[in-house]
Design a protein around this ligand. Structure first.
Ligand code: GLP
Length: 243
């Protein structure tokens, strides 16, 4: 695991964007695993800037997002599809047909999961997976549990995640209770993984992810077993790490 210390959120975002920039430059038809949440917004903004300056071309990129709330339509402002359209896809020259997000409206839960796993394998797996880190150590919506889930699955969200994500909704009652998430296996099969972590409220989770024991109670801890993980974390997030 390579750990890059960033000064603050902006610095983290620039450093992370530069890693994605390098990936796209070296392999213009990369399959990017993308994430939502507050963490990647600055990274996406930086990538948009590179695109606008003519330095980055998304025309051959495929993207496969990590997760989606169950029951939310793509045009619902809280859906992750809407988030990705707004924060990245509509601002760069990516082919919209090559952007994938789990189908939150599929009535058949099993089918939604199966379809998504088929998309991932049909696209040949993920070249670079971008990850944020949940305060409870989750990645995607792989919540703390008794076992590492393998493929795409539908999860009941924990109280801590509902609490953390309610800031995006009118009220806590509006936060969906279930979400689809890419499984740990798909994430671990990505060729490269880039984790971005910012803020003191992530310090404990980051310490456990990097220096704790590998346990499904901290899903991100499994990343210690991946051969090519880069973590870009700001000083606040790194405040609890042992030297
Ligand atoms: C959310 C998302 C994750 C995200 C994480 C951290 O619940 N499902 O994909 O990485 O929690 O979010 P944030 O970056 O807003 O702190």
């Amino acid at each position: 695991m390579i750990i890059i210390r960033a000064k603050d959120y902006q610095d983290m975002s620039r450093k992370a964007a530069n890693i994605i920039f390098a990936q796209i430059t070296m392999k213009p038809d990369s399959v990017l695993g993308l994430a939502t949440g507050s963490s990647p917004v600055g990274t996406y903004n930086q990538l948009i800037e590179y695109y606008q300056n003519g330095d980055l071309d998304f025309s051959n990129i495929t993207s496969i997002n990590l997760d989606e709330y169950q029951g939310l339509a793509p045009d619902n402002e809280q859906s992750y599809r809407y988030f990705m359209d707004t924060h990245l896809f509509h601002q760069v020259n990516i082919d919209k047909a090559r952007t994938f997000v789990p189908d939150g409206l599929e009535a058949d839960t099993e089918k939604a999961c199966r379809d998504y796993d088929q998309i991932i394998s049909h696209e040949g797996g993920i070249d670079l997976q971008l990850l944020g880190l949940g305060r409870n150590g989750h990645i995607g919506f792989n919540e703390p549990g008794e076992a590492f889930e393998k493929g795409t699955h539908c999860v009941p969200l924990t109280e801590s995640t509902i609490e953390a994500n309610k800031r995006f909704f009118a009220s806590e009652a509006d936060v969906p209770r279930h979400a689809y998430t890419m499984g740990i296996q798909s994430i671990m099969q990505a060729k490269k993984i880039l984790v971005i972590v910012s803020g003191a409220d992530k310090a404990e989770a980051l310490k456990e992810m990097v220096q704790g024991s590998i346990t499904p109670k901290i899903p991100a801890s499994i990343l210690q077993l991946h051969h090519d993980v880069t973590v870009v974390a700001d000083e606040a997030a790194m405040s609890k790490m042992a030297e």
